[in-house]
Each structure stands twice: as structure tokens, then as C-alpha cells.
Write a protein of this length. Structure first.
Length: 281
């Protein structure tokens, strides 16, 4: 899931019984923030049933999700919440002993909306990033954690025109010049300019040591001769496989934070800086 999809409000949350049957438009949350299998069915170990959480980012929907809770199955669903009783892919019982209820709000009346949903297992020392909210209860040891986006700010950013795309310029292809049967001409190499003339050199001081100067010059010549070759000449350069980004693999989407959350976390109003500039003027 990209950062833009995390920033986008969530329009629906549901449960599926197979990780390979994610409905169109939904995103599967199959693992926790540290990569643990986030299977939500609380049956016996011999039970092969599985349940996974999935979310649907806003894509022209008329409603968004303002809140999500986990509660015991025998408790009454709170007013204004909807009980997600069945799985999205095959319509069977969603959870056992627990139930997930979501609060839908019309997009025109919504003030905030869920924009990032992750799962954490506190028994495995997992915690959500700062500013994320936790559900009070858990399902099969997992808490649903979520970040929220301000809908007024989101709508304002959506109404702004997209930034202009950079224009790529391609140089026109060169037309190959016709090859003519001309004789091969080898030019004489340019001779190096010699500055040994004493008239071009500055006057030497009275205490100048000619013997020391000649010795240092000979040493420099020896170094230049020895530096013409190296013991690693001809050895191909090979980069360590640890730097090959193709071997990194897939990075868990749950570790990303929404741009809205990053903006709120590192917001700086420059109040002190503006005050200093005002005093100077």
C-alpha cells in the first residue's frame, strides 16, 4: 500500500476467510507491524478456518468509516454502528466469540475518517506508531489500530490542481554521416611544453639547498614511475550482493505512516523565527 492510499480515507472494513480472495478495491492486512501472521479466527489449533482483515480506501464511495470497535459477540451493537457479521468473500460467519462493528458516516457530514489501519499483538511486544488509536478489546490476541485524517483538510487538498509534470526533453537522433574512402591520416602528437628555461623561473632565495631539491625531485619521479601500474589492474569491480535492492524483498506496508501523520508530528510554525525577523526590521 502506498503512502497516498494510507492517506486516503477508509470507506469500508471487512473480514475474509481466504487471503487469496480479496474483493476488488480492498487491501489485505495479513500481517502485523512486525510481520506476524494476523489470522483472526480464535478456534482450536486443529481448526483450519482462517479469517483476515481487509480495508477499502475511498474510491468514489458516499460514506467513510469514522470509528471501529471490537466487542463480545453476545453484546448489543452500539447505536450508529454496523456489525460486520459475514465474510466478504463467501458470506460465512466472520469471527468467533468476538465481533467487529464499524461506524459509517456520510462523506459530506464526516469530520474525521480512518486513513490507516494496522494490527498489533501486544503479547509479542508490538505497539502502534504515535498518535494511533487502539481498540479497547482484541480479537485472537490482536488489537486494531488506526490513524485518522481530517476530512476538511483532505477535501481541500483534493480540490487543488495536481502539480505540473516535468517535461522530458529528448535530443534528436544524430544522422550518421556517410563514410567516404579517405586515407587514414595519423597526426603527430603534440609535444609537451617545456618550462626549463631559467628566464621563466622566479629567483631562488639565498639559502636555497640545491642538493635537497634534487633529491626530492628524484623521489617524485620514482613515485610517478611506480604509480603507473597497480596490483588490482584488470580485476573486475564487483558490488557486494547485500547492496542489491532486488534481494530486499517486499517491505511490510504496515510500517508506513500517513503523510498527514508525518505533517502533524513534525509541524513547525516558525513563530520564533518570524518574531526575530520582525524585531530586526
Amino acid at each position: 500500500m502506498s503512502s497516498q492510499e494510507y492517506y486516503r480515507p477508509i470507506a469500508d472494513i471487512g473480514i475474509i476467510s481466504r487471503a487469496d480472495e480479496v474483493p476488488q478495491g480492498y487491501i489485505l492486512i495479513a500481517r502485523t507491524v512486525s510481520g506476524i501472521d494476523a489470522q483472526l479466527w480464535s478456534g482450536k489449533r486443529s481448526d483450519k478456518a482462517k479469517r483476515y482483515l481487509c480495508v477499502k480506501p475511498l474510491q468514489g464511495d458516499k460514506v467513510i468509516i469514522e470509528d471501529v470497535i471490537i466487542m463480545k459477540e453476545n453484546k448489543a451493537t452500539p447505536r450508529g454502528y454496523t456489525y460486520r457479521e459475514s465474510t466478504l468473500n463467501d458470506g460465512i460467519m466472520a469471527l468467533k466469540k468476538q465481533k467487529i462493528c464499524v461506524k459509517y458516516v456520510a462523506i459530506d457530514n464526516a469530520q474525521t475518517a480512518l486513513c490507516s489501519v494496522i494490527l498489533v499483538n501486544r503479547a509479542k511486544s508490538e505497539y502502534a506508531p504515535p498518535k494511533y488509536e487502539y481498540t479497547e478489546s482484541e480479537v485472537n490476541g490482536f488489537h486494531i489500530c488506526f490513524d485518522k485524517v481530517d476530512m476538511a483538510r483532505y477535501s481541500q487538498q483534493q480540490s487543488q490542481p495536481p502539480p505540473p509534470q516535468p517535461v522530458s526533453y529528448q535530443q534528436p537522433a544524430r544522422v550518421a554521416e556517410p563514410v567516404t574512402n579517405q586515407p587514414l591520416v595519423i597526426e603527430q602528437p603534440v609535444r609537451s611544453l617545456s618550462i626549463n628555461s631559467t628566464s621563466m623561473q622566479p629567483p631562488l632565495p639565498n639559502n636555497y639547498n640545491h642538493l635537497q631539491h634534487n633529491n626530492s625531485r628524484n623521489d617524485n619521479l620514482d613515485i610517478a614511475k611506480n604509480s603507473t601500474g597497480s596490483s588490482i589492474d584488470g580485476v573486475p569491480l564487483q558490488i557486494s550482493p547485500s547492496f542489491d535492492i532486488r534481494n530486499v524483498g517486499d517491505i511490510s506496508d504496515n510500517i508506513y505512516q500517513s503523510p498527514y501523520m508525518i505533517d502533524e508530528k513534525y509541524r513547525h510554525e516558525f513563530t520564533l523565527e518570524n518574531q526575530v525577523m520582525t524585531n530586526r526590521s
